[in-house]
Design a binder for this molecule. Structure first.
Ligand code: SF4
Ligand code: SF4
Length: 443
């Protein structure tokens, strides 16, 4: 027949389910995209540390394919290798075939969480960690309890008895708590632009960012206003769902994503200063298929450094510091934002920026990976601290609360004279009339 494609219709790729069920299994075409070339292996933190094929991106995709074809089940071994993945997406940046590894992982983890019964202790720990870290009120309570725990001498006792060494997850939480001391004040709901307005932005205040690093949110509001934006901090927002999505709790992530979409409204830009939240919100169209409001919001998400790099507030005063930059995985790999934070640092007079070796290698934080996989997270942190120490910097800069918490804990434990701060804090310090740098204790 004239005009007919002699090759016939495009072949339909059969979608086997195997060990998965039909509720959004890992995308079969995405799995098939893997060429097994191995280019991603040197970029994968867990492969670098463990040197096991099944702890590499290629090995994990292979396992997903074997499960889809029914050659392996969702066994303890399968779950172990998926649990060990940081979800850092460094493999996506490296992959020439465009394998959507982050989505494959989240889909696989959602299947695991629905269909695999973990030991009771692991279930309770996961539920507690998600329930606390994704809820500002509960997180604030945990921080209050942490202060009591430290000041009452209970921490010394728990460490002296060796109890924490026998319970590594609680030990990891114990180590993170001392890094958390911040004065929390409510953010203004509506801050007018200084001078002519460029438009309105809605800020995701976040849960971990808001409770652990409120000074970052305050600097964000001030800088955006001085850059010419009206800044709204809408009520009714909470967790964006990042932790739930990352951990395979898709229903939990969907509920939080819908609430975030409803709360943040129709501002020109939805701004976040937490890399993990930004990566998740940019993927809302995938998380909530068919939801047009979610898709519109996803297209308007910007990391705060992107807007500030375009319209730098000033005048900026010299900041005579040596700094280095650690790239959060969910900013550089998850959102492909690499230049903007560096542009901000470069625009601060007097600042000396020293390049960090392996700047885009995960520090081991990865959401709550440092609590679920403390041993591996510790090895990655030690490697990162070695690199930071080698720069001679006074400040390591990073735009994600999880990275800041992880780095501050590690730096304090090792006794390194280096502080960890968000890039917006440095920009704020360099502006007239905003000088909490002394309070920040930068050496
Ligand atoms: S997401 Fe990170 S840890 Fe996981 S396979 Fe990819 S590079 Fe490795
Ligand atoms: S780089 Fe991409 S295509 Fe190559 S092995 Fe890794 S995931 Fe597969």
């Amino acid at each position: 027949m004239p005009g007919r494609d002699l090759a016939g219709p495009a072949p339909v790729v059969a979608r086997p389910l195997g060990a998965f069920d039909a509720d959004r299994p890992p995308d079969w075409e995405g799995i098939l995209d893997c060429l097994h070339c191995g280019i991603c292996l040197p970029q994968c933190p867990t492969y670098q540390v463990l040197e096991q094929e099944m702890d590499s991106p290629r090995g994990r995709v292979y396992l997903m394919r074997a499960a889809a074809e029914g050659r392996v089940g969702l066994t303890d071994n399968f779950v172990l290798h998926m649990d060990r993945c940081l979800g850092c997406r460094a493999c996506e940046t490296a992959c020439p075939a465009g394998v959507p590894f982050g989505r494959l992982l989240e889909e696989t983890r959602a299947q695991i969480e629905r269909r695999v019964r973990r030991p009771l202790a692991a279930r309770l720990f996961r539920r507690a960690a998600l329930g606390v870290f994704a809820d500002r009120r509960r997180l604030a309570m945990l921080l209050s309890l942490g202060r009591l725990y430290r000041r009452s001498g209970l921490q010394r006792l728990a460490r002296a008895t060796g109890l924490l060494a026998r319970l590594p997850r609680l030990g990891a939480l114990d180590r993170l708590l001392p890094a958390v001391e911040a004065e929390r004040r409510p953010l203004p709901a509506d801050t007018p632009a200084a001078g002519a307005s460029r438009g309105t932005v809605a800020l995701l205040a976040g849960c971990v960012q808001a409770e652990l690093f409120p000074e970052v949110n305050r600097a964000t509001v001030m800088l955006l206003a001085r850059a010419g934006y009206r800044v709204l901090v809408p009520e009714g927002q909470g967790c964006c769902g990042a932790l739930h999505a990352h951990w395979g709790d898709r229903p939990g992530a969907e509920v939080r994503a819908r609430r975030t979409v409803a709360a943040l409204g129709e501002a020109a830009w939805v701004v976040t200063n937490a890399a993990g939240c930004g990566a998740t919100m940019r993927d809302y169209a995938h998380l909530l298929p068919g939801d047009l409001a979610a898709a519109r919001l996803a297209g308007r998400v910007r990391d705060v450094t992107e807007l500030l790099a375009e319209h730098l507030p000033g005048p900026r005063q010299p900041l005579p510091l040596t700094v280095t930059y650690h790239e959060p995985c969910h900013l550089v790999h998850g959102q492909r934002v690499r230049a903007a934070p560096r542009a901000i640092l470069d625009a601060i007079p007097g600042l000396r920026v020293v390049e960090l070796e392996e700047s885009d290698l995960c520090c081991g934080s990865a959401g709550v990976y440092n609590l679920t996989q403390p041993e591996l997270a510790g090895r990655l942190l030690a490697r990162k601290l070695d690199r930071i120490a080698a720069t001679g910097a006074q400040v390591v800069v990073s735009g994600n609360p999880g990275c800041l918490l992880q780095l501050r804990t590690g730096l304090a434990e090792r006794g390194l004279p280096v502080r960890a701060h968000h890039p917006v804090e440095l920009l704020a310090w360099s502006l007239d009339g905003w000088a909490p740098i002394a309070a920040a204790g930068v050496p």
